[in-house]
Ligand binder design. Sequence first.
Ligand SMILES: [Zn+2]
Length: 320
Amino acid sequence: MLSDRLRRWVFIAGLTAVWIAPATAQTSPAPRMEQRKIADNVFMMENSTGSSNAAFVVTDDGVLVWDADIRTAPQVLAAIRRTTDKKVRYVALSHAAGDHATGVWHYREDKPIVIGTRKQLRDLYMQEGAQFSERKASGKPEDAAYANAELVIPDIAFEGSLTLRFGGLTMQFTEEGSAHSTSDVTLYIPQKRVFLAGDLLNTEIHPGQGESAGVFYSNVKNWVGLLDNIIARRLPVDTYVPGHGPAHVGRGIADIEEQRRYFIVMRDEVSKMLAAGKSVQQVQAEFTLPAEFAHYKRPARLKNFLNLFYHQLIEQGFWP
Ligand SMILES: [Zn+2]
């Protein structure tokens, strides 16, 4: 016989099933974005599914937004409106991928200046622009966010580095190079001891292949090199904000070092397997993660990444 307590649980479970069913049957809703405080007036919007994060910085002179995904930018804008009455003055892009660079249109009411790099500009004009138009016209439920929107191209397209003095802060943009995308940009704000790393940093989740309109740009060798450059700066930073995954406030450079170790482990293991004559399928099946990375989310991303990396090692030669 069911105890009262158990009966109550069964009842609640039944209700939950009823509540969930209609939600999943509809066209997929945008992932929930959770507002997290990183430092005074610096906030990250964490994507609850592990997809792209965004961030914003509030100053007396207005707001700077970091990254905009067309599917989640409305939630970021709503969070900004809840947090401050200041307008969005700047939107800056970490890279040109769809999940980071398609949502600028949602800020149009505030007429922000959009900051990117020349290479990002080119990507947005070319393959990203074509994909945006395709999705806008597709009529598919998963592309609904594109239907009435426009792709906004950067107003300022820099190369190398750019310093923006804004609201009493120094915003140091660095085009780190090409490791995850064709042009990976970071933003360091010394007064806040914060470093927005874009997709060069993924926390508790496997890194992505750097997809841009069906082509994969992630390059492990370059990625390790760019992380080395960031580590070598020894910046006085409390928090490196990831492009995917939760922010570890106060963990500092340990997050960047963990990302670097991840790729070193992958490099060494996959090189060994290649030297032993393993096929890509064997590498995908036999590659085992050290305990440090075992809790990372989205294992499917690892499997795809191994395929990409396997062929990179053949193209570039095995590492020592
Ligand atoms: Zn991303």
